[in-house]
Design a protein around this ligand. Structure first.
Ligand SMILES: C[S@@+](CC[C@H](N)C(=O)[O-])C[C@H]1O[C@@H](n2cnc3c(N)ncnc32)[C@H](O)[C@@H]1O
Length: 386
């Protein structure tokens, strides 16, 4: 990422400097032309520079792979950076980019999207997430800590900044105004009005045919209703005898909870990149009265940190086909590779996917076998055996 930063020295002289960083997405994937940053990241850093900010405590919210954190550390090397993220892969990406750019990792302080940022923060840089109910909750949490007049700069594609989004600022944090567009992006500047808001309770819902009650945090996939792919999976669960089951990319935990009903002696391990997903799954597990001793919960990137003593004989997986706004199949790949690595010999990977995604080709390559066990017009259920 190369950004030209202009400092006006006097009415006649402009001083041009370049902020240059080498940034990679996480996991680094050389077979993609997807970038690790976007123009909204650049625009936010330009604004900080042009405003001549010298804050020593800055919060960064929703930084995907570290473009904002690395850029700010270059601009203000002594500032403490408080990073709020829901994703394990963002933490790994930010750390990796800090290291490869020889930046000082000691300046980073980590917060999940359920924790409050410190009151000492005097500037917040934020990327607008796709999920607006998650975004509203993030603004509400900011209203609980930011003193009146604290500036929050939000970068986004110009087309995403609708009147609804501007209204969310006014309702949840304070007055906001959008900048001129630059490279099809805008920065919204919002000033905290110092009034503390409270988050609304999450919606509870049921899946009556399986007697499951759900209650999820805002950034969870299918937080308010059953995903259609998950429904097809529930209608076509594997048959057999299983002792150790993994729900890989568990979201709200529905697949693993159904497995817990069908295989009452099995331990169920739930894994997701979203901290809110893992927390919601744990809450759903308890609310549905599953045995505490049978449920295990991991905030992890695929199976990278799964304890070595876990030896699954079944992995259930409804893989994601995007990362943030980018459509990509590399997480599905990683999930399938990790499943092959961790399954017991003879163990089963049971996958649901959109027919057009062609997961059977990947599974055949990785496992040398892949069987279609069910399908409808839109989805297929695939099984590979280790
Ligand atoms: C299509 S959703 C499926 C959710 C749930 N299993 C269901 O069927 O409703 C995919 C899930 O994978 C999670 N995910 C994305 N990247 C991941 C990664 N690198 N490691 C683990 N989980 C990931 C997402 O957060 C999301 O919850």
């Amino acid at each position: 990422m190369n950004i030209e930063l202009i400092t006006t020295e006097s009415s006649e002289t402009d001083l041009k400097t370049e902020l240059s960083l080498l940034l990679q997405r996480y996991p680094a994937n050389h077979n993609t032309n997807l970038q690790a940053w976007d123009a909204a990241d650049e625009y936010l850093l330009k604004q900080v520079h042009e405003q001549g900010r010298t804050d020593s405590n800055i919060a960064i919210v929703n930084d995907n792979f570290g473009a904002l954190s690395c850029g700010l550390n270059r601009l203000l090397p002594d500032a403490q950076l408080y990073i709020e993220t829901d994703n394990k892969t963002s933490i790994s990406g930010i750390n990796a980019n800090f290291n490869s750019n020889q930046l000082n990792i000691e300046q980073l302080n980590w917060h999940t999207s359920r924790e409050l940022l410190p009151k000492s923060v005097t500037l917040v840089l934020m990327k607008l997430p796709k999920n607006l109910s998650y975004f509203s909750q993030q603004l509400v949490r900011l209203s609980q800590v930011l003193p009146e007049g604290t500036q929050v700069l939000i970068g986004a594609k110009a087309k995403s900044i609708t009147p609804t989004v501007i209204q969310l600022f006014t309702d949840n944090l304070g007055p906001a105004k959008a900048s001129l567009a630059w490279k099809k992006c805008r920065v919204i500047s919002c000033l905290s009005d110092g009034k503390v808001r409270q988050n609304e309770k999450n919606k509870q819902w049921q899946i009556p045919e399986y007697r499951l009650r759900m209650n999820n945090l805002s950034n969870v996939f299918a937080a308010n209703k059953l995903d259609i792919g998950a429904r097809v999976m529930l209608e076509n669960m594997p048959k057999g005898q299983f002792d150790t089951i993994i729900d890989l990319g568990c979201g709200n935990g529905v697949l693993g909870m159904r497995a817990a009903q069908l295989f009452p002696d099995a331990d169920i391990h739930f894994v997701d990149d979203s901290e809110m997903a893992v927390a919601s799954t744990k809450q759903n597990w308890q609310a549905n009265n599953f045995d505490e001793g049978r449920g295990y919960f991991y905030w992890d990137d695929c199976l990278s940190k799964l304890p070595t003593n876990v030896e699954p004989d079944l992995i259930l997986c409804n893989p994601p086909f995007h990362q943030g706004e980018a459509i990509t199949d590399h997480i599905a790949w990683q999930m399938f590779l990790d499943a092959k690595r961790r399954l017991k010999s003879g163990g089963l990977l049971h996958v649901v996917g959109n027919r057009h995604l062609g997961y059977h080709i990947k599974l055949q390559r990785i496992f040398s076998n892949c069987k279609t066990v069910a399908s409808n017009g839109k989805f297929v259920i695939l099984q590979s055996t280790k």
